[in-house]
Design a binder for this molecule. Structure first.
Ligand SMILES: [Zn+2]
Length: 86
């Protein structure tokens, strides 16, 4: 599936998320990596064999800064009236 050089990490390697994004669906909250892994917006993963990996947001490092920005942005979308009511 992967045509990159050097080849991207295997879907069964701990570095699987370092693979390139092949298809991005930010509107639907998921991306397909070129190694066949489906990466969900909440950092959950679906491997090609159907194995699911729970979200691990807390352990995300700064190297994922770009995708991290999206989850931080959600915070800023809290309606002001909710904060006032509290
Ligand atoms: Zn690749």
């Amino acid at each position: 599936m992967c045509k990159h050089q050097p080849t991207c990490p295997s879907p069964y390697s701990p570095a699987r998320e370092a693979a390139h994004v092949a298809v991005a669906h930010p509107d639907q909250g998921w991306s397909l990596l070129c190694n066949g892994v489906v990466l969900f917006e909440d950092t959950g993963l679906l491997l090609p064999d159907g194995t699911t990996i729970a979200p691990h947001r807390a352990s995300h490092s700064a190297s994922h800064g770009a995708s991290h920005g999206a989850s931080h942005g959600a915070f800023q979308q809290v309606p002001a009236r909710v904060l006032v009511a509290a």
